[in-house]
Design a protein around this ligand. Structure first.
Ligand code: SF4
Length: 269
């Protein structure tokens, strides 16, 4: 269900988009929850399933074969279960990778394979299930938002605060403003991610108040950020951008969004 009074525009991404045929990403979130439930029937322990997902996504060279039913049985099971359903949301990965091989870019995130996207999508859902309770108990909660959610038609008035930049609310049409305002209603401090070293948060955590993190980023970037935060001992949850449309992927910035309903689900007491 869309947040009251709010309508999304369906957005195509460079490689993925969580919009299905309508102007909503609800179908994606229903599906990923259903797939997580199915995989947990085979691996009832969430940490074990998480380990399998990470092991599989690190073996990129074996994933294509596993998707065809060959090789490592755990990888065959996982991809057999999730890839046919999730491929609707990753329609342009193949073409993107073909274009990259001509341009020879070295940025590893850009080389994310379609199977890795699917494993990362499930990893985000699973990490949210594992960490939500701990995140909610944290005395201070911080969100990092990508600057590609800004209103680019407007001269952004964001400015530096204690940890990173914060939105100053100069544009009502700005999606980043909308997300920051929503998060404030749930007691979460929203920052615009401008490259803060996450180790700084660990230092703040030691000052007495436990800090929890909420990340918003494109699928591969979010997975890596969540892994790093968890490695630093920060309870972390995350919501993927609805598509990947920033300059890194598209050569320029285009409007983007994230599911406000999914954020509310995740941060509601
Ligand atoms: S509303 Fe906030 S993030 Fe958006 S352009 Fe203005 S200051 Fe920047």
């Amino acid at each position: 269900m869309a947040e009251e009074g709010f309508h999304y525009s369906p957005l195509p991404g460079k490689t993925y988009s969580l919009f299905d045929r309508g102007s909503s990403t609800d179908g994606y979130y229903d599906l990923i929850q259903q797939l997580a439930d199915e995989c947990l029937k085979k691996y009832p322990d969430k940490e074990t399933l998480l380990g399998e997902l990470r092991r599989a996504s690190a073996r990129k060279h074996m994933l294509r074969r596993a998707r065809e039913g060959l090789g490592d049985p755990d990888m065959v099971f996982l991809l057999g279960r999730i890839s046919p359903a999730l491929s609707e949301y990753t329609p342009f990965v193949k073409q993107h990778l073909e274009d990259l091989s001509i341009l020879r870019f070295r940025d590893r995130r850009l080389w994310t394979s379609e199977e890795q996207y699917h494993l990362y999508m499930l990893e985000i859902e699973l990490v949210n299930r594992i960490n939500r309770e701990e995140f909610m108990k944290c005395e201070r909660k911080i969100a990092f938002l990508p600057h590609c959610l800004k209103d680019f038609k407007h001269g952004c008035k964001s400015s530096m605060s204690d940890i990173d930049y914060v939105c100053r609310g100069c544009s009502n049409a700005c999606f980043l403003n909308r997300v920051s305002t929503l998060l404030r209603q749930y007691g979460i401090d929203a920052y615009i991610w401008m490259g803060t070293d996450l180790k700084k948060l660990k230092g703040l955590s030691h000052s007495g108040r436990r800090i929890g993190g909420l990340g918003i980023a494109c699928v591969p970037e979010l997975v890596m950020g969540m892994r790093e935060s968890l490695h630093l001992g920060l309870p972390t949850v995350g919501v993927p951008l609805s598509a990947n449309r920033c300059a890194r992927w598209m050569g320029d910035f285009y409007e983007n969004s994230v599911s406000l309903e999914r954020i509310v689900q995740l941060v509601s007491p």
